[in-house]
Design a protein around this ligand. Structure first.
Ligand code: OOG
Ligand code: MG
Length: 262
């Protein structure tokens, strides 16, 4: 475990790599004893820095929740991160790549909550009951690590590679659809680049929310009402570049698109 001064040094390094986007080497190269817990301590420091700059926490993300993602990234445990107000773009937005290093996209199901969720193991039924609606999402990732290569402590400290996210398509009440079997097709420039069922995310994407609430509970935190939760990419993430058009088609949940600008 690292000491508080080291956590602050790493937070400064990651923050700088996000503000003026550039790559840094994976943190465990310089801090071989760094743990996943240290990664979350770095997130706490980042959140304090971001709040001091007027950014608002609007939700959380779970990542590495599907087999496809775990295999792609060589990490076999989910990670959690923070979603800030200024990371959100509207459906059909043009996402500028000027401030991104080596972006990738993911198709995900987002949950938006209407009740606070708290506890060590909240039943899935309770998660669904506390959910206002679920909606298609596209997440734009941009690891700050060279060649998009990392381990779990490093990626946690980099806030789960978060860059931007988009919500779109049809908002549905979770009880009106079967969230284990929603077909998801990810297209780039009209070609299919990823296919999955929503059940690829831990058997049911509400499990991501459940794991998130359990994780928050360990540090005495809760998931407030009105939170957005990205439950994790169902397919592997796809590299994007300026000029690409990306569309996610979600069975019974409509379509979401972004264009990648320069
Ligand atoms: C880490 C973030 C993973 C997801 O949905 O699995 C993630 C990464 O792969 O860079 O957001
Ligand atoms: Mg994601």
């Amino acid at each position: 475990m690292l000491d508080p001064a080291e956590i602050e040094r790493i937070a400064h390094l990651v923050d700088a790599a996000q503000v003026a986007p550039h790559t840094i080497s994976k943190l465990t190269d310089s801090y071989p004893n760094m743990t996943v817990g240290d990664g979350y301590a770095v997130q706490d420091s980042l959140l304090a820095r971001w709040k001091a700059r007027g950014r608002r926490l609007v939700g959380r993300k779970a990542g590495l929740t599907s087999k496809a993602k775990m295999v792609q990234m060589g990490v076999n445990e989910p990670s959690f991160g923070m979603l800030m107000d200024d990371m959100l773009d509207a459906n059909d937005s043009v996402i500028p790549t000027a401030r991104l290093i080596h972006p990738r996209v993911e198709a995900e199901i987002a949950f938006v909550t209407k009740k606070e969720l708290a506890g060590a193991e909240v039943p899935i039924a309770e998660i669904l009951e506390a959910t206002d609606f679920v909606q298609p999402a596209i997440e734009i990732l941009d690891s700050r690590f060279e060649n998009f290569k990392f381990d779990l402590p490093s990626v946690v400290a980099d806030n789960g590679s978060s860059a931007r996210f988009v919500l779109g398509g049809r908002a549905r009440r979770p009880r009106d659809i079967d969230l284990r079997t929603i077909g998801i097709v990810l297209e780039k420039n009209g070609e299919i680049v990823g296919i999955a069922s929503s059940g690829a995310v831990l058997g049911h994407p509400a499990k991501s929310v459940q794991m998130l609430v359990t994780w928050l509970h360990r540090c005495g935190c809760t998931l407030p009402a009105g939170s957005i939760v990205l439950t994790g990419g169902a397919t592997e993430a796809i590299s994007i570049a300026s000029g690409d058009n990306v569309t996610g088609r979600f069975q019974e949940m409509g379509t979401i698109s972004v264009r990648i600008g320069s």
